[in-house]
Design a binder for this molecule. Structure first.
Ligand SMILES: [Cu+2]
Length: 402
């Protein structure tokens, strides 16, 4: 089991190892293959948009399998990175957090490179000390003709990143509403980064994989409260390859073929027995990874143990519908930065243990019964938030923080 972390929390070593593994994939051509491992991934993403055979149309976007297809796709990419260096994992770009740091720390020259044309750093076409071989985009995989030098918009307005759309999506109760509610802001982020990221050949820019790790993380978060097959594609609609038990191209045993002729010669051949359906990828823990702030479904049954404290304001989260809501984030910070750093720490931890043991079931009831949710929100959670704000205000060293 490995953990995918927020990019903003990576240390220099983790960043360097990740970028070096990405460069290794760009340099390595497997025996008998026609292009490097990295560009094979670009070719697959490009090719999924149009298929014939048993399946027609886009097998990975604009339908229920959007999330499942990309989960499998980036997991395979991560496995290739780990074949280069077993310490490497996919970091995620937490673009919905509303915190500029979460974005600014992604676009730096010691990592994925700044915005605009990549003229220095790991992804520059010009060889340099970080990347002696340079980085070029294959013209056959350049939908939109952005050129062989990797390019992005010249700047990224972090305040226009779609934060509230994600909390709205997390509030949805069924997959049929959740999936388009997440796919839409995901597309906005592609466009905001711009350049190569704005087309179906977007994996040309490695930021793609950090962006999609975050999309996958948001799905995993929603799945905490909506687990399993019952919460996938309940109406069972969609093109071939989008339903729960249908194979997803290119892991479909040859049931379909791409119509994207420029990409076809670059595709790796697939083993007919290597098939994957959406059902196969519903549970991230079964796929052997977790996110640093999504403990996995077991968190709801665990009363103690370190699941990473961040996501455990159960009742407040249920009251506000999302843990991204400011009052929930405030309570979390209040707990971590004031109470757990004060001299009351020991007694407060005992209270927390009790809270963690009973609150998931209360939170589940709140999700089921609207009236109960409202009663709890205004009679318990809201007064508690107000009280905590007062304490935070009166606790002098922390006044500025809030
Ligand atoms: Cu995609």
């Amino acid at each position: 089991m490995h953990t995918r972390k927020n990019t903003a929390s990576l240390n220099d070593d983790e960043k360097r190892k990740f970028m070096n593994a990405v460069l290794a994939l760009k340099k390595t051509i497997k025996p008998g293959h026609s292009t490097n491992i990295y560009d094979e991934f670009v070719a697959i993403h490009y090719s999924v948009i149009s298929r014939i055979g048993l399946a027609t149309g886009d097998g990975g976007h604009g339908g229920p399998a959007f999330l499942a297809w990309h989960r499998e796709y980036i997991l395979r990419f991560e496995k290739e990175l780990q074949a280069v260096d077993p310490d490497v994992f996919l970091p995620y770009w937490k673009w919905e957090s509303g915190n500029a740091d979460d974005t600014d720390k992604v676009f730096t020259n010691d990592f994925l490179g700044e915005m605009g044309i990549q003229t220095s750093g790991y992804l520059s076409e010009n060889p340099n000390s970080q990347n002696p071989d340079g980085w070029t985009v294959d013209p056959r995989l350049d939908q939109g003709n952005h050129g062989t030098t990797l390019v992005r918009n010249s700047s990224l307005n972090t305040s226009s990143l779609p934060a509230s759309a994600v909390s709205d999506a997390l509030n949805e109760d069924n997959f049929h509403d959740f999936r388009p509610d997440l796919e839409s802001p995901h597309g906005t982020v592609h466009i905001l980064v711009g350049g190569h990221m704005s087309r179906m050949t977007s994996p040309n820019d490695p930021i793609f994989f950090l962006h999609h790790a975050n999309v996958d993380r948001i799905w995993a978060k929603w799945q905490l409260t909506h687990p399993g097959a019952a919460n996938y594609n309940p109406n069972n609609v969609g093109r071939q390859g989008h339903r729960l038990d249908e194979n997803m191209w290119p892991w479909d045993g040859g049931e379909s073929d791409t119509t994207i002729t420029s990409a076809r010669p670059l595709l790796p051949s697939t083993d007919p027995s290597d098939t994957v359906t959406p059902r196969d990828v519903l549970d991230i823990e079964a796929l052997d990874y977790v996110y640093d702030d999504v403990a996995g479904s077991s968190a709801w049954n665990t009363s103690s143990g370190n699941q990473n404290g961040n996501s455990r304001c159960f009742i407040a989260t249920a009251a506000y519908g999302s843990e991204l809501e400011p009052p929930v984030q405030f309570l979390r910070e209040f707990r971590d930065n004031i109470i757990l750093k004060s001299r009351f720490r020991n007694s407060f931890e005992k209270i927390l243990d009790v809270y963690y043991s009973y609150s998931p079931s209360v939170a589940n009831q709140m999700r089921r019964h609207k009236l109960f949710k409202h009663v709890m929100k205004y009679s318990v959670v809201w007064p508690f938030v107000a009280l905590a704000r007062l304490v935070a205000f009166l606790t002098k060293p922390f006044v500025k923080k809030f």
